[in-house]
Design a protein around this ligand. Structure first.
Ligand code: WQD
Length: 344
């Protein structure tokens, strides 16, 4: 019988797949639930090359209440379930302003469906993939978890605010629930093996996958969305965190939750350092010895000016801090792009 089983929804996704690797490294047995709506089955090939085996996966839509109930029921009957990590969601700020209903239906619907199935089948430990976008544009940066939740600047950020509230209310009604609401800043990079990484299906909305595709001459030059923000160089500032560091934080959070009783804790996962778009471009060019074709353009709806983390709580509560540098993440991102292919 497998011990320390962990249900990982969205386990074939970008953050999910990297977390699967770190879970196994720490002696857990991940069980993936994914419908490949925002990921690709080839991720399983990459995972097999890293792990030497293909992790178990149920191809299920997390919004499908019947299928989720049957799947969670089957898994929970095995016993030895350490917890659930819920990644399954859409996560592009820009895209969410164009398709808000798709984001509400998937991000909120999947969380409500999962909470219901967990209650039915007695699962009580939940690590939730939240986001720094719940803060809106914080009045003070670095932002800590006590910052007020301001009106979201995008439908994506709003779905994460609603999901956090769903989990908080579920925990209040079921005190045995232990939940960590992990507020990611900007995940970037790829596994150092280049066997897994960010696989945006179609036009990449996020900065780094577009930057690497533009550098690989697979796309037109990168457009910097606005250079008239009130920042030192006029471009937006974000806290870019290596995806492997982020994945390790999920294992630390799970391990911490297993020792708790009746908690529902928001926790920032960032490096604590802010970088502007132009600084990221410069760091990429230095790290990889390449020029990034780019141009200045107008602002993107939904963007905030600047945000980066106060990451002290993750350090004190989980004993976790980000270890990898921005340049290391950008080198890993480029090596992953080379694996995916360039124009020549
Ligand atoms: C970053 C910056 C853009 C593309 C992300 C995730 C979200 C959440 C928060 C986890 C912005 C600029 C981008 C481009 C650009 N993380 N940009 N040209 O919007 O901060 O949100 O982090 O939950 O899930 O999406 O990330 O990479 O889209 O943008 O200038 O072609 O890069 O304007 O300032 P964002 P992003």
């Amino acid at each position: 019988m497998q011990s320390n089983q962990v249900i990982v929804t969205g386990g074939a996704g970008y953050i999910g797949s990297h977390t699967v690797v770190e879970l196994i490294a720490e002696g857990y047995t991940p069980i993936l639930i994914d419908n490949f709506s925002n990921s690709h089955p080839d991720v399983l090939i990459g995972l097999e090359r890293i792990l030497g085996k293909v992790p178990e996966l149920f191809e299920v839509d997390c919004c499908d209440a019947g299928a989720m109930d049957r799947t969670i029921s089957d898994i929970s009957k095995r016993g030895n379930i350490s917890g659930v990590i819920h990644f399954a969601a859409y996560k592009a700020v820009g895209e969410s302003t164009e398709q808000p209903v798709k984001y509400f239906q998937n991000n909120i619907g999947s969380t409500a469906t999962l909470l219901d199935a967990m209650e039915r089948h007695g699962l009580q430990t939940l690590v939730f993939s939240s986001s720094c976008t719940v803060y809106g544009q914080p009045a003070e940066i670095p932002v800590d978890e006590s910052a007020p939740i301001l009106p979201a600047e995008s439908p994506y950020g709003y779905t994460k605010q609603v999901c956090e509230r769903l989990i908080q209310d579920a925990q209040a009604s079921r005190p045995e629930i232990n939940a960590a609401l992990l507020r990611y800043f900007n995940p970037i990079g790829a596994h150092p093996s280049s066997e897994i990484g960010e696989l945006p299906l179609g036009h990449p909305n996020n900065l780094i996958p577009y930057l690497t595709q533009a550098t690989a001459e697979l796309r037109s030059p990168l457009t910097v969305f606005g250079d008239d923000y009130p920042t030192p160089d006029g471009t937006c500032i974000r806290d870019y965190i290596h995806v492997v560091d982020l994945a390790k934080a999920h294992v630390a959070a799970l391990r911490w939750l297993q020792k708790q009783s009746g908690v529902c804790e928001p926790i920032n996962l960032g490096t604590g350092t802010g970088s502007s778009i132009l600084e990221v471009i410069q760091a990429f060019e230095t790290a990889n010895g390449l020029a990034v074709p780019h141009q200045l353009g107008s602002r993107r709806p939904g963007d905030i000016t600047a945000i980066y983390a106060n990451a002290e709580k993750a350090k004190s509560l989980l004993g976790w801090t980000a270890e990898k540098s921005l340049k290391e993440a950008l080198r890993d991102a480029w090596n992953w792009q080379l694996k995916l292919g360039t124009s020549d």
